[in-house]
Design a binder for this molecule. Structure first.
Ligand SMILES: C[S@@+](CC[C@H](N)C(=O)[O-])C[C@H]1O[C@@H](n2cnc3c(N)ncnc32)[C@H](O)[C@@H]1O
Length: 433
């Protein structure tokens, strides 16, 4: 039961959530999951809409505030700037009564920093008087303009532009609502039977065009509360991510290593594909994520797994030549999942991408040593652009002559872009001759 005294309003919680995500480098989905219990269920969607709406449009909202504020943005109190961002977002993008949005913002300003109430009131009222004019982004340089308009770090814009002629569609897609897909636990139920069960509960379901164990739920709502979820009949996972384990496709009774496994979506899927035979070793560097992997194996009623914990950039002698299949689902910049984690488009830089590529290269070259002759590696990331993907593979193949590409649908690799129904993913399969 929710303690009524702890119920705070969506806007107030959005202010502090934004502070955590923008200034403390936390992930929006994690902070939201942690905080959302503090507000009434009826406010959950509004709270999410405010947090995601502000993050998705952060540079743009700041651009507008800059035009209206006599104080430099950096000098404004962090809670107050977030109240302003929420206020401008509501006035520009939502159909709420404008006077109500402004009044609520002023009330919040009083609560967080009493002196700033007039400042907040003046900025929001001035914006409300001339929304159309003040909403324009008059910047000549195209990259800079897109950076503000779509709230994407300019380095990311230039990076994407370099590889994809349709880069604008990709950038525009960052603010779209991602589709919601689930992975059927085919060890416990057939896809058809699960589909029927969910349809009887009122969900609208369609098939995925890219992965066979996926179903897409059009009107997903509180899916983790369903008995079908609690009893392990399905997992919530994007269809592109589901495709990764389908590409690796380990045989029954094989020995599999998942080097970057948390929270275990792909590990559990791999074991499911093996009909819970053989053994999967699920590793992650992060100790506090290991429990989540265990929880997932348990909920899905899978048994043949071992959870291990080491830094995959370091070589483990004991593993030399021991595995039939290895998954390197590498830590990456995550440009392919910006629709779910909008802060990525604000925070990721080219330097970080380059730094990640070194880790990715290290992990993959260790994976090579752990693979048996005839064994298979899948290298995947949830990002786009060459540095973390094709460049890694090319270098790896140059260094290891006995590794050969295994084509996937006649292609050397799959690069799914995020301007579609699914997340952006890179998947490449290789065999050791
Ligand atoms: C893309 S996520 C993996 C998602 C996972 N495969 C799944 O499907 O649920 C990358 C993971 O790599 C882990 N990681 C990052 N650096 C690592 C390293 N040096 N060694 C092992 N794991 C690492 C992170 O903690 C994170 O959980």
């Amino acid at each position: 039961m929710l303690d009524r005294r702890n119920i705070i309003k969506a806007r107030e919680l959005a202010v502090t959530t934004l502070k955590e995500v923008i200034y403390n480098d936390s992930f929006s989905n994690e902070v939201i999951a942690l905080n959302i219990k503090r507000i009434d269920k009826i406010d959950h969607n509004f709270y999410r809409q405010l947090v995601y709406g502000v993050l998705e449009n952060l540079y743009y909202l700041d651009h507008i505030i800059e035009k209206l504020s006599s104080i430099k943005l950096k000098k404004i109190d962090k809670n107050i700037i977030n109240i302003l961002r929420i206020g401008i977002y509501e006035l520009k993008f939502l159909n709420n009564e404008n006077y109500a949005s402004i009044n609520e913002a002023v009330k919040l300003a009083k609560k967080f920093n009493f002196k700033s109430k007039n400042f907040v009131n003046a900025i929001l009222r001035n914006f409300d008087r001339d929304v159309e004019q003040l909403s324009k982004v008059n910047i000549e340089n195209v990259d800079e303009r897109y950076s503000i308009q779509y709230s994407v770090n300019i380095e990311i814009i230039k990076y994407i532009k370099k590889y994809y002629p349709n880069y604008l569609e990709i950038i525009e897609s960052f603010n779209k609502v991602p589709s919601f897909s689930i992975r059927v636990n085919t060890m416990l139920i057939s896809k058809m039977d699960l589909r029927r069960k969910l349809e009887l509960l009122g969900f609208t379901i369609r098939e995925s065009k890219i992965s066979k164990d996926s179903l897409i739920v059009e009107n997903a709502f509180n899916m983790t509360e369903l008995d079908e979820f609690k009893n392990g009949l399905f997992t919530i996972q994007d269809q592109a991510s589901i495709l990764v384990s389908e590409v690796l496709n380990p045989s029954e009774n094989s020995k599999v290593l998942d080097l970057c496994a948390a929270p275990g979506s792909k590990s559990t899927h791999l074991l499911q594909i093996m009909n819970d035979t053989g053994m999967i070793y699920s590793n992650d560097i992060s100790k506090n994520k290991l429990n989540k992997i265990k929880e997932n194996f348990e909920r899905l009623k899978l048994k043949n797994y071992k959870i291990i914990n080491f830094d995959a950039t370091e070589y483990i002698e004991d593993f030399e030549g021991k595995f039939d299949y290895i998954l390197v689902d590498a830590p990456c910049s995550g440009i392919g999942v910006i629709k779910r984690k909008p802060e990525i488009k604000l925070k990721k830089s080219l330097d970080e991408i380059n730094a990640l590529s070194k880790i990715q290269r290290n992990i993959l070259s260790n994976a090579y040593k752990y693979l048996k002759k005839g064994g298979i590696i899948v290298y995947s990331t949830c990002t786009i652009g060459n540095i973390e993907n094709v460049d890694i593979i090319n270098k790896f193949l140059n260094e290891n002559n006995d590794m050969k590409i295994v084509k996937i649908n006649d292609k050397d690799y799959i690069q799914l872009l995020p301007d579609t129904d699914n997340d952006g993913f890179f998947i490449c399969k290789m065999v050791k001759n």
